[in-house]
Design a protein around this ligand. Structure first.
Ligand code: FES
Ligand SMILES: [Fe+2]
Length: 450
């Protein structure tokens, strides 16, 4: 790295051209790496159910080559891709009544890796008793396939987030590939300032013009450090709009309604997206997610469920396949901004500022969690609410409050109060929580208007 004095001078490209080393403790997730061990203590989505057809699907997840298939008895299997015999790929395997048969010499593997047949070997061959093929437990849930890639005797509870169990809510799965490391994609939700610039001022409003107003942002901790959340507060006409967004470790994010209209009061309509950023390998990742559609969201009807699926989602700038390079240059979106940070962003070459507090907080939380896992401490399980599911925190509160002389101070106070209320009501039932949030927010507003 160049001397700091040289870095300050104009025309200093020569001094800044050497690359610093990247932050492998967080970015590398292959087998036996610290972050890889950490990721393997969580259920990970690995594919959309619709991708599992009559042929095996080759996949790479956390730097491991895998094959996903559904056998003829209907069971899903996720196996190491290379055959235990002499390594032919099971993506060319023949799906059987139970499990998958390697094309090369016909060995048959059950979905749990049991070797059922070794047809070229003698009848009493000891091979099936000697080993099992590499296999992972999987679960199918609302159109996505999840896998447990950690030690089987440490299997965590499947993540039952409250937002995935709403009645009258349509969950539409999607999956998008990013040719870059997982962390630069996963940390984006803790940077709400990019909405002002990338999504609004720099080219044109991708979403709502209100996103161009500079927000007052507060970051908040979650109990047991299971994640991080922020309140993002703006003045919009006679309203204060407080958005709460969250990341659960290691890389699960929920942004509120992406097509929110801030011109009527609202008390905690919930999330537009639930997404996992899944490391494929160190230089590729995949967002595997659901868009939510229900009558409390997107009141202007701008979303389009027919545009949500494999490799696509219904808002601009999220993929590398739907627009040309030139279109991306003329109106860059999240995809262009994030992949262009490099194959693996080099943290030592960044110049972080006040807008990066959330990104720094998230990285710190991750680093501590990765180190805890290395020291044998299991990640804490999130607490359950009155309905027996994992309560989450993202949503919008939009309330009418007259503008005051020091409106920034008022916005700051609103964000702090809403953050406290959303957290205080965490263990309430799904029905009771917004009622309590509305009551307490209105009590606060009354103190401002007295
Ligand atoms: S390589 Fe698979 S059975 Fe021989
Ligand atoms: Fe964005």
């Amino acid at each position: 790295m160049a001397d700091i004095k040289l870095k300050r001078k104009p025309f200093n490209g020569y001094y800044r051209s050497a690359k610093s080393s990247e932050d492998g403790e967080l970015t590398h997730t292959g087998p036996s790496t610290p972050a890889g061990e950490y990721f393997r203590r969580f259920w990970q989505p690995v594919a959309m159910v619709e991708q599992v057809g009559e042929l095996p699907l080759a996949l790479e997840i956390l730097g491991e080559e895998l094959v996903l298939f559904r056998d003829l008895s209907g069971q899903l299997g996720l196996l190491h891709k290379h055959c235990s015999h002499r390594r032919a790929s099971l993506e060319y395997g023949i799906i059987s009544e139970n499990g998958i048969r390697c094309c090369y010499h016909g060995w048959l593997f059950d979905v749990d890796g049991t070797i059922l047949e070794v047809p070229g070997e003698p009848e009493n061959s000891p091979i099936p008793k000697k080993l099992c093929h590499g296999a992972y437990p999987v679960k199918e849930f609302k159109g996505l396939v999840f896998a447990w890639m950690g030690p089987p005797d440490e299997m965590a509870e499947f993540p039952a987030f409250d937002t995935l169990h709403q009645s009258d809510n349509e969950l539409v799965p999607y999956s998008i590939d990013y040719p870059c490391n997982w962390l630069q994609v996963a940390e984006n939700p803790m940077d709400p300032f990019h909405s002002v610039f990338l999504h609004t001022r720099v080219t044109r409003a991708h979403f709502n013009p209100a996103w161009g107003a500079m927000p007052v942002v507060e970051w908040h901790s979650m109990d047991d450090n299971v994640g991080i959340f922020l309140t993002n507060t703006r003045r919009w006409k006679e309203f204060l709009w407080v958005r709460t967004a969250e990341i659960f470790l290691p890389a699960i994010a929920q942004p509120p309604d992406i097509y929110q209209n801030a011109e009527t009061e609202k008390f905690f309509p919930r999330v537009g997206i639930t997404k996992w950023t899944v490391p494929v390998n160190d230089t590729h990742c995949r967002i595997i997610a659901w868009r939510h559609f229900n009558e409390t969201l997107d009141l202007d009807g701008r979303g389009d469920r027919s545009k949500v699926g494999l490799g696509r989602v219904d808002f601009v700038g999220q993929t590398g396949t739907e627009r040309t390079y030139e279109e991306g240059q003329r109106m860059p979106g999240d995809y262009e901004a994030q992949i262009s940070q490099g194959k693996i962003t080099v943290h030592a070459d960044e110049m972080l500022g006040r807008t990066d507090v959330g990104v720094m907080g998230y990285r710190k939380l991750l680093r501590n969690a990765v180190r805890d896992t290395a020291n044998g401490k299991m990640p804490a399980a999130p607490r359950l609410n009155a309905d027996g599911v994992v309560p989450t925190l993202a949503g919008d509160v939009i309330v009418q409050v007259a503008e005051v002389e020091d409106d920034i101070a008022l916005q700051k106070e609103a964000g702090k109060i809403v953050g406290e209320i959303v957290k205080d009501t965490l263990l309430f039932s799904w029905e009771a929580r917004p009622v309590e949030i509305e009551k307490r927010v209105k009590e606060w507003v009354a103190t401002k208007q007295a």
